[in-house]
Structures are given as C-alpha cells and as structure tokens.
Design a protein around this ligand. Structure first.
Ligand code: FES
Ligand code: MG
Length: 579
C-alpha cells in the first residue's frame, strides 16, 4: 500500500476539527474525551463514519448491530477511528405510502451528515431496496472515500417442503388463495416460512439488483453482494470493509475515481445480465446523474437488447434464489462470465481494477449462472417503450411476462386511484376479458405520491377463477423487483402532471408492440387535443413538510426521481464547512 499513500495525518479532512490549537478544536477534542476516548484513539487517524441504516422495523438489516462491531474491529486493526452514525433506515416492508418517497431524504441526510462531521471516509451499510441508492447517491455527492457493505440476501424461504421466494411467492399464493386453493392454516404457514433470517429479499428483486449494481460499479469487494446475510463470510467481509476503508483514506481513493461513465455502464450491463428489477432503471439514472454522467433510458434499452440474461434467479429466471446464486459462484462469477463485455480497467474500492478483482472467479453451477451460449433469455432484463402514451418512456420486463403479450391490442379499463382499482378487481361481475388492458394512473412520483409499487395490478377475481394469471397492465407506478407479469411501468410524463396517460378513457384501444418498443393509444390526435384542453390538474397532496419539498423538486421517472437541486449539474460545487 505504501507507494499509493497520498494523505498524511495533517492533511486528513478530520484534522481540521482536531489538530488546531484553538478554542473550537479544544471543544471537539474534549467532546471525544467525554465519550471515553484518549487523544491517541483519534489524533492523526482516519475517522471512519459507519453509516448504518438499521432500525427495529427494518427486518432486512436485523444483523447490522452485530456487523457494526466487525467493521469497527477492521477499522481499529488498520489504525483508524470508527464512529457509528445511524442513518434513515428506509425499510421496504412497513414504510407508507412508499419507501421511494424517502430515498432522497436518506441521500440528503447522508450527504449533509458527511459534510458537516469530521469524517475522512465512510462505510455505507445498506441493502433493503432504497437504502443502497440513497446511501450511494448521498456519498457520491459528499465525495469522501466510501465502501458499500451490502446486507446480503436472507436464506431461502421454506414451507411444507416447498422453497419460497420473497415477494414472488407471496403474490403467487395470494392469487391461489383468492382462487380458493389455499387454506387458512397453509396461509399462516407460508407467512412464517417466507422470511426465515436477517437479510434482504432473496429473489433477484430490487435489493439484490441494487447491491449487485453497487458492486459492479466498483463500490464493494468482488462477490460481496452475494454473500448470505447470516453466513460467517458476511462477518469476515464486514471486517475487511473496516480495514480497507482506512487504506482508502490514506490513498485518497475518492468515489469520483471509481464511479466513472465506464463503471456505470458496467453496472448497467451487469444489471441486465442478472435479470434486474425495473427499479434499477430509476436508481441507476439517479446515481449516474449524481456522478455527472448522463445515463438515459435509450442507453439502457440498447444494453437491454444486447445483454443476455444469464442469472437463472427468480423472478426473471425460473428456478433459483440468491442462496443458490452464491453457491454457484455469486456475482463475481457472473461478471467473469461476461468479462468481455465489461470495461475491466475500471478502478474499484480494493485499489485494483475490476479485471484484477475477478481473477480466479468461476462458475460452479452452469444451470444457475448460465454460459453466454445458453442464456435464460436472449436479451437483457428490461425494455424501454415509447409512443403516444409515454413520450418520455416506459419500462417493461419482457422475460418476466407471458410472451403472448409482447404484441397485444385490447380495450383499456382505466382507474384513477388505487382504491377504485381494488374495488373493481375484487368484483366478480366485472366486465373484463383476458384481452383487456388494465390501467392505473395518478401513481407516479408526484401522483402516488412518491412513486409507489402498485404497477403489478392484481388480476381481476373474475379472471383468476377462470384460471388466468397474466394480462397486460399499464401504469405510471413502479412495481416491486420481485413482481412479474406483463406490466408496463414508469409511464412518463406521469398522468398527475398532465402526461398523455391522463387522457386515456375506458374503452379506448391500447397497443403494445414490444419488438418495436412502442406503446400507443389508438385515439385520433384531434380527440386527444380536445381531451387535453378539458383536463384539469388534481389537487396537490401536500401543503407542508417533506412531501411539499418532494413534490416541488422530484424529477420524472426517466430522469431518476432525484431532487433537481441535488443533481451534479445543478448550480456550483458545495463548499466544505468554512469555520
Ligand atoms: Fe427489504 Fe425486500 S423488504 S429487501
Ligand atoms: Mg422490493
């Protein structure tokens, strides 16, 4: 490491707080002594903030209080000084109206917490969906060396001899219950078996997609994101994060040297090859814009067309879960498999290039991590649509829907709100055929509010009873990364701000042409112009508070839903604290 050292104790960022012989620094030093530390604990040592998104209502991060101790052990071994900084937990399971409302709040908190405190480097502890992009976005803007510690997936679900996948099997068995095929006792058994340990959802949902993306960007150790949360390897990886971040501070290995345009492209390719969650689109774009890289939906569509899906992990893959993926070699093996498509010269947190990190990685089960010659799906995970319903784009996951819907035309049934939709869906006399197109609007970033995961609209009870399990659905909402089906999502601009989806009426014909990436309503332009002039904006959701800030500054889905004023290109650089 010696030849890489660029920082000295007196050029550490934290030395501004602790080194001067003045009254302010006297205060800083005396307050660390109040905490029981001596000068030799902290003077001239890299101060490492452990940003921990733990709470007792974040079931995915239940192991983090233990892991913090392991990170601290590593930091101390390497000669640093570690402080835990609790950060907004943004749990996926309980947050209403949706955790997405608070991703940017976490990002703001992280950025400001780093900037305002004597931190030389940070370990970001996250994994449950929004915590990964929230932590990374904030830390990218703050700019100090960072390493991402992924929570890791929970163990496979299990009930009555059946393997259960997070989310996916909840939806599946809920449909069976609505069809009268699951008893009360079985339902309670499923409830107890589907989430068996600490860790994030163990399908390739948003959580594992986002931790894979962070790793592919170079922000975690190779293979780290695949280690199950309760595996002892996860403990060892945590201690390594502690040791390594101290070295990164001395090396001044800041995130701008890691998260480059090429690294973001690598991350997008890896996401496509894993069968990623549709949410990856929004978060990738937002993280890229924080790094000053203009990643667009068109770039992602192109990568989607050319990257085969090789991770046979549900919901896009058929058979396996994250635990199997780990035993098959994990993300490092997957990246090795597609190495020729990646820019392996990208720098990573290890201080070595991506290519160097992947040396020795190999696939142990070719049914789980497929060779390029035998992919799960010949194209990548996502496709971007455009048309008169979504001029700024919409997203669909072709591999996760019945191929018969790839080219489909049918009459729309339009709902203006979730309660209205839910009531109709449960009505056994609803006038609906499998050819109908269900549409939910006012569910976007502003309309939701907060861009909820309502996009996998339930199949109407009337059709469930006839044995149907998929149909074309369209919304300006997101959907959970563990969802599946013919769901067009993220329609932009959203209906709440007057996007064309607001003009659609029940009975209008809608056409999806996936091969040509089109989504249109077959309504004459003159008719649409009339409807447009008659349209009135809905009442605002918020008169005060964080929601008020959110609704005034959140960008649309195709721009990543960050706050406009937090993007790299907004205004000038933010100064360090001046006194
Ligand atoms: Fe936390 Fe799925 S609920 S990752
Ligand atoms: Mg989720």
């Amino acid at each position: 490491m010696k030849d890489k050292v660029r920082k000295t104790p007196d050029t550490l960022r934290s030395s501004r707080w602790f080194a001067p012989d003045d009254l302010r620094s006297f205060g800083h030093r005396s307050r660390l002594m109040q905490l029981g530390y001596s000068e030799e604990d902290f003077m001239g040592r890299p101060v490492i903030g452990i940003l921990n998104t733990w709470s007792e209502l974040n079931s995915c991060h239940g192991h983090f209080p233990e892991r913090v101790k392991d990170v601290k052990r590593g930091v101390a071994q390497a000669g640093g000084f570690a402080v835990e900084m609790p950060s907004l937990s943004v749990d996926e399971s309980f947050t209403k109206p949706t955790s997405m409302l608070y991703r940017n709040m976490l990002a703001m908190e992280v950025e400001e917490m780093i900037r305002s405190h004597p931190l030389d480097g940070v370990v970001l502890m996250g994994g449950c969906d929004k915590t990964t992009p929230g932590l990374v976005m904030g830390a990218l803007s703050a700019g100090v060396p960072m390493i991402f510690l992924p929570a890791g997936p929970m163990l496979r679900g299990n009930y009555a001899g059946k393997i259960l996948g997070s989310g996916s099997d909840a939806w599946k068995y809920w449909d069976e219950r609505r069809a009268g095929n699951v008893t009360d006792a079985e339902w309670v058994g499923l409830q107890g078996g589907i989430a068996r340990s600490a860790g994030v959802c163990m399908t390739m949902g948003t959580a594992s997609t986002m931790t894979a993306i962070a790793e592919a960007m170079g922000l975690s150790f190779a293979g780290a994101s695949s280690i199950p949360a309760v595996d002892s390897g996860h403990v060892r990886m945590s201690a390594s994060c502690g040791r390594r971040i101290v070295e990164m501070v001395w090396e001044d290995l800041t995130p701008d040297k890691i998260v480059t345009e090429e690294a973001i492209r690598n991350a997008a390719i890896v996401a496509m090859a894993t069968g990623c969650s549709t949410n990856a689109v929004v978060h990738l774009v937002a993280m890229a814009r924080r790094a000053g890289v203009d990643l667009t939906l068109d770039h992602l569509d192109e990568l989607g067309r050319t990257t085969p899906l090789i991770a046979n992990v549900r919901p896009s893959g058929k058979d396996y879960l994250m635990e199997d993926f780990y035993y098959a070699g994990g993300l490092a093996a997957l990246m090795k498999q597609i190495e020729s498509r990646l820019d392996v010269s990208c720098m990573t947190v290890t201080g070595r290039t991506l290519g160097e990190n992947l040396q020795g990685a190999q696939v142990y089960n070719e049914d789980v991590i497929r060779p390029l010659s035998n992919p799960v799906y010949h194209e990548g995970s996502l496709a971007v649509l455009r048309g008169n319903l979504c001029p700024d784009g919409a997203v669909i996951k072709p591999a996760a829907c019945d191929p018969k819907f790839h080219l489909h035309e049918g009459p729309a049934i339009v709902f203006d709100s979730y309660p209205e939709m839910k009531k109709a869906i449960d009505d056994e006399n609803l006038d609906v055929t499998p050819d109908h197109v269900l549409v939910l609007r006012n569910a976007g970033p502003q309309g939701g509010p907060g861009f909820p995961e309502w996009g996998m609209l339930p199949i109407p009870k009337a059709l469930i009873k006839q044995g149907h399990r998929d149909m074309l659905r369209i919304s300006d909402a997101r959907m959970s990364g563990t969802s599946y089906g013919a769901c067009v999502l993220h329609v932009a601009p959203e209906s709440y701000i007057g996007g064309p989806l607001a003009l659609l009426k029940t009975g209008d014909r809608v056409r999806l042409d996936l091969p040509n990436r089109r989504l249109d309503m077959l309504v004459p332009e003159e008719e649409l112009a009339q409807r447009r002039s008659a349209w009135t904006a809905p009442a605002p959701h918020y008169d005060r508070g964080y929601g008020y800030l959110f609704s005034r500054h959140v960008t649309q889905a195709d721009k990543g839903c960050d706050f406009d004023f937090l993007e790299r290109q907004f205004g000038g650089a933010t100064a360090e604290p001046s006194i």
